[in-house]
Design a protein around this ligand. Structure first.
Ligand code: NDP
Length: 242
């Protein structure tokens, strides 16, 4: 079995996930790069991972699909011994006022974030517990912490991620596995391409949106031994929004 240090990043082909994958590659991790469908973006990210001095492989599956996730993860878990890091980053939005929200939009946002978290974290955590070592970081959002009109589905999913992470952190802390959450504010990716940036900037004390790399560096810190006494926490990366 391969004994390289491995980091799994869900939704790692673009945006914040890509920055996290490249940052962790720079820290010497072999990257398992999960994404849903954009093969070209995944190839570009793999190229960036190699430029950062490491290597990795694609793991294409929909995190909300339990069968697909299990098939891919069992293969990875059987090949790699030291899965040290899992970053649950895959997420989507489907905004709209709650009263008008189609069932489909409620379900797919909750499923991607929470079923995705469950489907991926459970098998990987079992391996980490056997190794008595590991760090899981999940990417929530400012919307999981404060009210955000038009994002009831997204807020519920992101708050659920925080609550689940805190409880699991308490369950596994004594065995050497840490579990934390990063809650970004507005970050420059395709996800916010339709957001009214100028209006939102007014409520950000730093008066600018963040860069994916500014989230990735916090994730790298939380995954490192420098954060060895930090678990069950939520770290905001939001330009001082609250
Ligand atoms: P992007 O839309 O830029 O990228 C999303 C990534 O997630 C893509 O690689 C996409 O795959 C993947 N993905 C989406 N759905 C699935 C799925 N079902 N299974 C596997 N992979 C999936 O998003 P961001 O980089 O902006 O966001 C990353 C995370 O950060 C999300 O959880 C988001 O909620 C959170 N966040 C973002 C903020 C922002 O302002 N951008 C603010 C706060 C939180 P593919 O490339 O194949 O489409």
């Amino acid at each position: 079995m391969n004994d390289q240090k491995v980091a799994i990043v869900t939704g790692g082909a673009r945006g914040i996930g890509r920055a996290i994958a490249v940052e962790l590659a720079g820290a010497g991790y072999y990257i398992i790069l999960n994404y849903k469908s954009n093969d070209q973006a995944a190839e570009e990210t793999l190229e960036m991972i190699r430029k950062a001095g490491s290597d990795g492989e694609k793991a294409r599956f929909d995190v909300s699909d339990a069968t697909a996730a299990e098939a891919c993860l069992q293969d990875i878990l059987s090949r790699f011994k030291n899965i040290e890091i899992l970053v649950n980053n895959a997420g989507i939005t489907a905004d709209g006022l709650f009263i008008m929200m189609p069932d489909e939009d409620w379900n797919r946002v909750i499923d991607t974030t929470l079923k995705g978290f469950y489907n991926v974290t459970k098998p990987v955590l079992k391996k980490m517990l056997r190794n008595k070592r590991g760090s899981v970081v999940s990417i929530s959002s400012v919307a999981g912490l404060v009210a955000n009109r038009g994002q009831a589905n997204y807020s519920a999913a992101k708050a659920g991620l925080i609550a689940a992470s805190r409880s699991i952190a308490a369950e596994v802390a004594r065995i050497g596995v840490r579990m934390n959450v990063v809650a970004p504010g507005l970050i420059e990716t395709e996800m916010i391409k339709d957001a009214p940036i100028d209006r939102i900037k007014d409520v950000i004390p730093m008066a600018r949106i963040g860069k994916p790399e500014e989230v990735a560096k916090v994730v790298r810190f939380l995954c490192s031994d420098d954060a060895s006494y930090i678990t069950g926490q939520v770290i905001s990366v939001n330009g001082g929004m609250f």
